[in-house]
Design a binder for this molecule. Structure first.
Ligand SMILES: Nc1nc2c(c(=O)[nH]1)N[C@H]1C(S)=C(S)[C@@H](COP(=O)(O)OP(=O)(O)OC[C@H]3O[C@@H](n4cnc5c(=O)[nH]c(N)nc54)[C@H](O)[C@@H]3O)O[C@H]1N2
Ligand SMILES: Nc1nc2c(c(=O)[nH]1)N[C@H]1C(S)=C(S)[C@@H](COP(=O)(O)OP(=O)(O)OC[C@H]3O[C@@H](n4cnc5c(=O)[nH]c(N)nc54)[C@H](O)[C@@H]3O)O[C@H]1N2
Ligand code: SF4
Ligand SMILES: [Mo]
Length: 732
């Protein structure tokens, strides 16, 4: 640390930082890749995990094209993949750390930034205890980076509380899988999309959110029935063969109704259930209370359609269920995911080609985060509360087991509540933009006001969150560093450095190492040298776990095989070229090897429509070209043109007429928390009583109500009560 602070030259890297950068990110563009090489990387946007070929010319990355031979996407990419290089060159890229002085963020060098960080975090931890500092991380950095972050923060700095934006996204699926299968283990492989004869998409707008998975469905030669369950008539619903349109949050009752019919008609696979499932009798008793008439009343899906759908699930030979945010982001998301999973279990549609209860993830490395961020579970899907698990991890990492927290720490919402109650005083935010994306984000103004110290680590200084920081650390982005991502089908894939980060921006890995050094705990992390050595640690941490990938010898193997799906234990047969699914032997990761059936009573909406707020606001993805808070896609000219440019709200013609709202008129959207202005898109895509706003506009989460699934603590982003009003005197 002394050296780091000592050798500093203004505006340039210190010698020591130069060494750090060389060692971690590597000046490898010329060294490892030929100046005119074609480098293969997994895409840095969605969890599909497409392979992209980056073409170098004279050592510079000039072009991207989908990798023809990659097992995920076979020559296809969506607009974001094609434009993946553009965000790297954005004018608002951070080139230097920024520190707040006299109310303004001004550039500084790394030694200064690390002094400010050590002072800020150090002061809070000395005064209020180590737990008074917390972190919020992401599913969009490399697994090696999130693992080091989780190690340094929790084991090194005693930050017991740390969570990720995966809470906003995957917590429900992870919780449901853990309880039902005994481990957070999405069972599918993408080939299942091509092998099913019935595909049910629950709350998933695949055409927009995972276009290349939709492409895989289009390659299905069995002419599958494609059922979309969504209150909105989405792009995907339009492309499907059957659109089932329940009322929002009625999926739980719908799934129970389907189970009711399947059981009543004897349309279940009794042999499979007897051999591999626990809790059938209680489940059958529970769903007995959901006859078609009740379910039709509760969901808005007619009796006849419900029965026809049950019959289709029965007639299908290879039925697969897939779900995304329409399920995960609800106040009963976990139980809904489990009720969908129950349909697969009851009908024996698991562990065979074309089947499964399949949660599609969101971000490029959400699956890495679920295993190795060291937030909700201890490295490798272990349990913080289990002494044997802590001992094992301590052994692999060469640290004192006493440094590992004995409980998982708070979820995202509780960390923010902790700030409001004064328990948390410093926050380190990495690769996420909560001042835009968090539910009811208006409350974050209070959070900011109460924080003694806010550090934000991002590629851009212009994000809603970076603008609030006391210290901003400039991060290298996708394509500017080495490491791995894990995609939705559990495929570990490679990313590599094909471009230099601007200015003195560093890979998150290097930044976390600097933080460790600045805080005086770097000696604990000597084994965490560079991405590939860290990958070796993760491999060792996976040993004996369901996610065991000890058979993956290193990055070269990943490059050679187009990624490798976990599990791939040492000694597993031959190169892992084919796609693999889980549970082919019907044995789950529960103590008795059986999957669990779990039930709940459907609960009312947290904020039901009422006379003053009669409309239900749904939110979600707006287009295939917009990514989340648009910090990246907003800077690719072609994506910005393809995406939406302004805040808009989809409203049914009947609701528009009743309020004398004309198409494209600007209207006020009012909730109990805020009012925002948006352009009215008058469309049958939404039903009367329902409106939709994309999450890409920062206004949307001013409106949302802070409601959560009680088991996963995932925000229920997709049901808030609002009203629409004409703007007085508005004229076209
Ligand atoms: N282009 C693009 N692609 C992305 C992303 C992006 O920002 N842009 N983000 C990525 C990430 S992180 C994620 S998590 C995924 C999300 O992918 P998706 O989950 O497919 O996307 P959403 O639009 O959030 O929600 C899907 C659908 O849920 C529906 N829905 C709302 N309420 C309900 C309900 O109660 N029941 C049912 N059945 N449906 C309901 C909405 O109408 C919406 O069409 O996308 C990933 N891919
Ligand atoms: N209303 C509503 N709100 C939602 C949702 C919804 O459906 N409706 N969906 C939720 C979901 S599923 C999700 S996943 C969240 C996403 O919410 P966020 O995570 O807040 O969204 P992003 O825009 O992806 O933010 C990622 C940030 O990381 C930065 N970044 C990118 N790469 C790197 C890197 O390599 N290193 C570092 N340090 N930074 C990097 C980007 O510039 C950006 O600022 O939004 C949630 N919010
Ligand atoms: S589908 Fe997802 S992984 Fe594939 S190119 Fe598009 S954003 Fe990237
Ligand atoms: Mo997400």
């Amino acid at each position: 640390m002394k050296g780091l602070l000592g050798v500093h030259r203004d505006g340039a890297l210190t010698e020591e930082l130069r060494l750090t950068d060389d060692a971690l990110a590597g000046r490898r563009v010329p060294a490892r890749l030929a100046p005119d090489a074609v480098a293969s990387l997994v895409c840095g946007f969605c969890s599909t995990g497409c392979g992209l070929d980056v073409h170098l010319q004279g050592g510079r990355a000039v072009n991207v094209a989908p990798a023809a031979g990659y097992p995920v996407n076979g020559g296809h990419a969506c607009p974001k993949g094609w434009a993946a290089l553009a965000p790297l060159a954005a004018p608002d890229r951070l080139t230097h750390p920024l520190v707040r002085r006299g109310g303004k963020l001004v550039p500084c060098d790394w030694p200064e930034a690390m002094r400010v960080l050590a002072d800020g975090l150090g002061a809070v931890q000395r005064r209020h205890g180590a737990e008074a500092a917390a972190f919020l991380s992401t599913g969009q950095i490399c697994t090696e980076e999130m693992a080091l972050l989780g190690a340094v923060a929790k084991l090194g700095l005693g930050m017991v509380h740390g969570d990720g934006n995966t809470r906003q996204c995957m917590a429900t699926a992870a919780t449901a899988y853990k309880e039902t299968f005994g481990f957070d283990a999405p069972p599918f492989t993408y080939a299942d999309l091509e092998q099913s004869d019935v595909i049910v998409l629950w709350g998933s707008n695949l055409c927009v959110a995972h276009p290349i998975l939709w492409q895989r469905i289009c390659q299905n030669r069995h002419v599958p029935e494609i059922v979309v369950v969504d209150p909105r008539a989405t792009e995907t619903a339009a492309a499907a063969s059957w659109h089932v349109r329940p009322r929002p949050k009625a999926d739980l009752a719908l799934a129970y109704g389907l189970a009711h019919v399947l059981i009543a008609r004897g349309w279940i696979d009794r042999a499979y259930v007897d051999a591999h499932v626990a809790g059938f009798d209680a489940y059958a008793a529970h769903v007995a209370a959901f006859p078609p008439e009740r379910v039709a009343h509760d969901t808005g899906v007619p009796v006849e359609e419900l029965e026809r759908l049950a019959a289709r699930l029965h007639a299908g030979q290879r039925v697969s269920h897939w779900w995304t945010m329409g399920v995960n982001q609800s106040h009963q998301g976990v139980r809904t995911a489990q009720a969908i999973t129950a349909l697969a279990l009851l009908t024996g549609n698991l562990g065979r080609p074309g089947t499964g209860a399949n949660s599609i993830t969101g971000q490029c490395n959400a699956m890495g985060s679920r295993l190795f961020s060291n937030t909700t579970n201890l490295f490798g899907g272990r349990d913080f509360a289990d002494a044997a698990h802590r001992a094992r991890v301590a052994d692999v990492l060469g640290v004192d087991a006493g440094r590992i927290p004995t409980h998982a720490g708070w979820s995202y919402d509780r960390i923010l509540d902790g700030v409001l109650t004064g328990a948390v005083r410093a926050l380190w935010v990495i690769g996420t933009n909560p001042f835009h994306s968090w539910i009811n984000r208006r409350a974050l103004a209070d959070v900011r006001a109460r924080l003694d110290f806010l550090v934000v680590q991002d590629m851009y200084g212009s994000t809603e969150t970076a603008r609030e920081a006391d210290l901003v650390l400039p991060a290298a982005g996708w394509g500017e560093k080495d490491g791995t991502f894990i995609n939705s089908e559990r495929r570990i894939g490679l990313v590599q450095k094909v471009a230099r980060a601007p200015g003195v921006a560093l890979p998150d890995l290097a930044i976390v190492q600097l933080v460790a050094r600045a805080m005086g705990v770097d000696a604990m992390f000597e084994r965490w040298r560079d991405p590939e050595s860290i990958f070796g640690l993760l491999r060792a941490l996976s040993a004996g776990q369901p996610c065991d990938f000890t058979g993956v010898t290193g990055y070269a193997m990943l490059a050679e095989h187009g990624g490798v799906q976990w599990p791939y234990p040492a000694g597993a047969p031959a190169p892992p070229v084919t796609e693999r699914r889980l549970f082919e032997d019907g044995r789950f990761f529960t103590p008795d090897g059986r999957a669990r059936l779990v039930t709940a009573e459907p609960a009312p909406l947290p904020e039901a429509p009422a006379p003053r707020y009669p409309l239900l606001l749904l939110t979600g993805r707006g287009s295939a070209s917009d990514w989340h808070t648009r910090t990246r896609t907003g800077k690719a000219p072609v994506l910005a043109r393809l995406g939406a440019t302004d805040a808009y709200v989809e409203v049914n013609p009947a609701d528009a007429r009743a309020r004398a709202i004309r198409p494209d008129e600007r209207v006020k959207v009012v909730s109990r928390r805020a009012e925002v202005i948006a352009r009215a898109v008058v469309t049958e895509r939404v039903r009367p009583g329902e409106v939709f706003m994309p999450m890409h506009d920062a206004a949307t989460n001013l409106l949302t109500v802070a409601a959560f699934d009680p088991h996963s603590r995932q925000p229920a982003y997709k049901a808030s009560a609002v009203q629409l009003q004409r703007l007085e005197g508005w004229e076209r």
